[in-house]
Write a protein that binds this ligand. Structure first.
Ligand SMILES: *[C@@H]1O[C@H](CO)[C@@H](O)[C@H](O)[C@H]1NC(C)=O
Ligand SMILES: *[C@@H]1O[C@H](CO)[C@@H](O)[C@H](O)[C@H]1NC(C)=O
Ligand SMILES: *[C@@H]1O[C@H](CO)[C@@H](O)[C@H](O)[C@H]1NC(C)=O
Ligand SMILES: *[C@@H]1O[C@H](CO)[C@@H](O)[C@H](O)[C@H]1NC(C)=O
Ligand SMILES: *[C@@H]1O[C@H](CO)[C@@H](O)[C@H](O)[C@H]1NC(C)=O
Ligand SMILES: *[C@@H]1O[C@H](CO)[C@@H](O)[C@H](O)[C@H]1NC(C)=O
Length: 444
């Protein structure tokens, strides 16, 4: 009886796959909700399953109030992978930027770290969860591609490879045929790594363009006591990269450069550093003769932090939002025009009934706990109807946390979107240790 049931179930599963035409993992799009129209949808948030059996992009609609509704899973036509770590856990790629949307280019690009490829999609501007692959996935020309940068114009995509063949490589974007490898843009980091790489120490982290688009920058974590570095290449007007990179180490207490977020208008980067909190790199200053970041660069501690690795910036708030995989806490950080970085503080009444007595006011550092064990990783900010919202991938909770940002120091959790249930119900595999990425697209 038992085996009869199992056989019946197996047959039923087979029949369902036949009805759908293809095994589930090979289907192009799996709908996670049904809806008649995209009216009221303001944008989409995307991350990826990064499954070794087949990588899928998960797209969720952003509504006018900033909240998310899961929409679909779209096959990326490549495989996910997990770096070698002990213990194995969330943040499979030791990375930020595995999935990147460009509003200017109308495209979404994702890495397939287990296939050494990159897939590009066009985004339907009036229904942004509806993405369509452009061309075929292209070779990253290295191993374990794990982070992407898209230029402001949306015309150039660069990848960071973190495996045995590591370094950067760039592509131009053709709206019909997809990504086209650019000559003279493959540059090695010459790291002694494996495929998949071991980490987090000693692994590659993130790739970004400088704010003016004239430089390409990759970050590499150190292996304490040896500090990591950021690698800076100049970009020629024809898109080729300088033959060599400038290597810049963080200020002495910094060690593990992870995500990089541009400090607007300052030729500087805020770089999360799980060894301390975050580093500021002042790119206007020549590094010291030993390669350490100089000028107004600094390393800023976040007390009680465990592993602060991801960051994004809100234009409306003028502040950065940093996530910690160990504590599950979001920290709001300000960088002033002297490049001094600090955790945002808000004066709050210690005794609510006696707000007028200054003596009763205490300063609260603006940190927003998302729950122990949630493992908050990648995040991004979207401006929806003039309001900013923060989208945080809580990997271990297989959910996306949505925080509204009504004013500096006042972030509020407004939604916890579970994605494991609906994705599993649709027959796809989802694993808290594999999910990665967070990027947003908002309809103009
Ligand atoms: C590269 O790393 C391996 C493993 O840690 C080590 O055995 C080898 O000596 C390293 N090679 C170089 C050139 O540093
Ligand atoms: C781009 O410019 C650089 C230096 O200006 C030159 O070496 C390179 O050959 C050029 N590449 C292309 C594809 O024209
Ligand atoms: C790049 O680095 C190589 C090896 O260190 C060196 O021989 C070469 O002169 C450098 N090129 C430039 C343009 O700095
Ligand atoms: C580099 O030099 C700076 C001072 O110029 C010093 O603070 C720092 O510790 C040095 N770093 C290393 C890795 O030697
Ligand atoms: C979370 O963990 C921290 C440190 O282990 C502990 O102090 C705190 O009480 C925990 N919070 C909750 C809500 O369990
Ligand atoms: C993930 O959740 C499990 C329990 O569900 C917990 O034991 C583990 O510590 C969590 N991992 C992280 C990195 O938060």
């Amino acid at each position: 009886m038992k085996s009869f049931t199992a056989t019946t179930l197996a047959f039923l599963g087979y029949s369902l796959a036949l009805v759908a035409g293809l095994p589930l993992q090979d289907r192009t799009t799996v709908h996670l909700r049904s809806r008649d129209s995209s009216s009221g949808v303001q944008g989409a948030a995307y991350f990826m399953t990064n499954e070794p059996t087949g990588n899928f992009v998960i797209a969720a609609d952003i509504g006018s109030d900033g909240t998310l509704t899961l929409n679909r899973a779209v096959v990326a036509s490549g495989l996910g992978s997990h770096g070698v770590s002990n213990p194995i856990g969330p943040d499979a790629l030791f990375a930020q930027g595995s999935v990147k949307a460009s509003a200017a280019g109308g495209i979404l690009a994702v890495v397939n770290p287990g296939s050494n490829t990159i897939s590009a999609f066009s985004i339907n501007p009036s229904d942004p969860s509806a993405i369509t692959m452009i061309g075929e996935p292209v070779s990253s020309e290295g191993e374990f591609p794990m982070s992407l940068a898209v230029s402001d114009s949306g015309n150039m995509v660069c990848v960071l490879n973190g495996g045995a063949v590591n370094g950067v490589n760039c592509f131009s974007v053709n709206k019909q045929s997809g990504l086209v490898s650019m000559p003279n843009s493959f540059r090695s980091l010459e790291l002694n790594q494996t495929t998949p790489p071991s980490g987090p120490p000693g692994s590659t982290s993130h790739i970004v363009f400088s704010e003016d688009g004239s430089q390409l920058i990759a970050s590499v974590k150190g292996i304490p006591p040896t500090p990591g570095f950021i690698a800076v290449w100049d970009i020629d007007s024809n898109g080729s990269l300088s033959p060599n990179f400038t290597s810049i180490a963080p200020q002495p207490t910094g060690a593990l450069p992870f995500s990089m977020t541009v400090v607007p208008g300052e030729n500087a980067l805020l770089v999360t550093d799980p060894g301390v909190g975050f580093d500021i790199f002042d790119l206007s200053a020549q590094p010291d003769t030993n390669g350490t970041a100089a000028g107004k660069s600094s390393a800023v501690p976040i007390d009680g932090q465990s592993a602060t690795c991801w960051s994004s910036f809100s234009n409306k708030m003028g502040n950065f939002y940093l996530t910690d995989i160990g504590t599950g806490i979001v920290t709001e950080v300000n960088v002033d025009n002297n490049l001094k970085g600090s955790i945002v503080q808000v004066w709050a009444p210690a005794i609510p009934q006696r707000t007028t007595e200054l003596a009763q006011l205490t300063a609260a550092l603006q940190q927003y706990p998302q729950g122990n064990g949630t493992a908050t990783i990648d995040n991004d900010v979207a401006t929806v109807n003039g309001n900013d919202f923060l989208y945080v991938l809580a990997a271990n909770a297989t959910s996306v946390h949505v925080l509204s940002l009504p004013a500096p120091g006042q972030a509020q959790l407004i939604q916890t979107l579970d994605f494991a249930g609906p994705i599993q119900a649709a027959g796809l595999t989802i694993n808290p240790n594999n999910v990665q990425g967070m990027t947003v697209f908002v309809t103009a």
